[in-house]
Design a protein. Structure first.
Length: 353
C-alpha cells in the first residue's frame, strides 16, 4: 500500500474535513455530514423529455459490510437524512464511518493506502478525562485495522495503523495558526506563551478554548450546543409556523448558508415559491445574540487575549463577533482551519508513530 499517509481529520457535525500536508501545501476535502438510506436511481420513471432541468450533483453511494449509505450533497432529494447530533456518533455510528470513507476516498483518490489519523473532537467530549479516554479507545476499536469499501461501485482499501483522538478541535486552529508545514512552531516563543482565545463556531457546538503559557486554561475553556444547527432549527421552526412547510435540519441549514452568502431564499408553499429570507435572518440574529452572551459570560471583554475566530459558523457570525471583539482575527479558511492544524500536527515527528 505504499508509504504511510498522515492525515488530519475534523469529523464535524456539519461536514467531515480531512487534510494532508503535501510538500509546500495542504490538500483538503470536505464531505457534508449528511447521510441517508436510499437510491439515486429512478428506475423507468421519467418525464418523457417534456421538462428539462439543470443537472444536479448527486450524493455518493458508500457500501461496506453489506450496508449502503448515500452521503454528501443533495441527500435530502433522494432520502430522508439521518440527523445524528449526539456525541456517541463518534464511537458507534456507521454513519460516521460512511462519511469518513467518502472523505478519505476524495482526498486520496481511491485505491489502497496506509493511513494514520490525527482526529479533533469537540471540547464537550474531552473535558471529562474518563470520557475522553473511553472515546479514543472506542474510536480506535472501529478505526484501527483493514477497511474495505466501495464508493459508487469503485472498490477501495485502507489500513489505518494509528490514531490520536484526544485533541480538542479549537486547539487544532491554534496549531494551524502557529505551526509550519513540518509541524514545528514558527511564531516565536512569546506568541507560544501569550494567552490566545479560540472561538470555534461549528454546526452543532460553540467551543471556547484558551491556550496560555503553552497549556490549555481550564478556567476559560467551555462548550455549548450553540452551533449553526441552532440557527437552522430556529429557521425551520419559523418557516413551519408561518407556512406549514417542514424542512429537514440540513435543508434549513442550506437556507441559512445562502442568506449568509447574501442571497435571497425561497421555499415552495402549495406549489408556489415564497421568500423566507426574513425568517432565516431572524434566526441568525437570535443565534448571534446568544453566542455573544455566551462568550461574554465566559471571557468578558477578552482584552488580554489574542482572539482567533474559526469554524464554518465564524463566517456567519464574524460581523457580530468582530464588533464585540475588534482585535479578533478571522482565520483565512475557518471551515478547514481545524483539519489543516491537525494535518500539520500529524506530520510532527513522532506524533503518529
Amino acid at each position: 500500500m505504499g508509504r504511510l499517509r498522515k492525515i488530519g481529520c475534523d469529523p464535524g457535525f456539519g461536514g467531515v474535513k480531512v487534510a494532508e500536508v503535501r510538500g509546500d501545501a495542504i490538500e483538503a476535502r470536505v464531505v457534508p455530514s449528511v447521510v441517508g438510506v436510499g437510491s439515486t436511481e429512478a428506475g423507468a420513471l421519467n418525464l418523457a423529455g417534456v421538462v428539462r432541468s439543470k443537472r444536479q450533483e448527486h450524493p455518493s453511494l458508500v457500501a461496506f459490510d453489506g450496508v449502503e449509505y448515500l452521503v454528501g450533497p443533495n441527500v435530502a432529494r433522494f432520502a430522508r437524512p439521518i440527523e445524528r447530533m449526539d456525541f456517541a456518533r463518534f464511537t458507534d455510528g456507521p454513519e460516521l464511518r460512511a462519511l469518513l470513507y467518502a472523505a478519505l476516498y476524495e482526498l486520496l483518490d481511491g485505491g489502497g493506502h496506509r493511513v494514520a489519523l490525527a482526529l479533533g473532537l469537540p471540547v464537550g467530549v474531552l473535558q471529562d478525562r474518563d470520557q475522553a479516554r473511553a472515546t479514543e479507545r472506542e474510536m480506535a476499536r472501529w478505526l484501527l485495522g483493514q477497511h474495505r469499501f466501495a464508493l459508487d461501485g469503485v472498490e477501495s482499501e485502507l489500513e489505518i495503523t494509528a490514531i490520536r483522538a484526544k485533541i480538542a478541535q479549537p486547539v487544532a486552529t491554534w496549531f494551524d495558526w502557529g505551526l509550519d508545514l513540518q509541524g514545528q512552531w514558527c511564531k516565536g516563543r512569546d506568541a507560544a506563551k501569550a494567552p490566545c482565545l479560540v472561538i470555534d463556531q461549528g454546526f452543532n457546538t460553540l467551543d471556547l478554548l484558551v491556550v496560555e503559557g503553552g497549556r490549555i486554561s481550564t478556567r476559560y475553556t467551555s462548550g455549548d450546543t450553540l452551533g449553526m444547527r441552532r440557527a437552522a432549527e430556529m429557521a425551520a421552526g419559523n418557516i413551519q409556523r408561518r407556512y406549514g412547510v417542514e424542512l429537514s435540519l440540513h435543508e434549513a441549514d442550506a437556507l441559512v448558508q445562502q442568506v449568509v452568502a447574501g442571497r435571497k431564499v425561497s421555499v415552495y408553499v402549495t406549489g408556489d415559491l415564497v421568500s423566507v429570507s426574513a425568517e432565516v435572518r431572524q434566526a441568525l440574529n437570535s443565534l448571534g445574540a446568544d453566542v455573544v452572551r455566551f462568550v461574554e459570560r465566559n471571557v468578558g471583554a477578552g482584552r488580554r487575549f489574542r482572539v482567533l475566530l474559526t469554524g464554518g459558523g465564524a463566517l456567519a457570525l464574524a460581523g457580530r463577533l468582530l464588533r464585540q471583539y475588534e482585535h479578533a482575527e478571522l482565520m483565512a479558511d475557518p471551515v478547514l482551519a481545524n483539519a489543516r492544524g491537525l494535518a500539520k500536527l500529524a506530520v510532527r515527528e513522532g506524533f503518529l508513530e
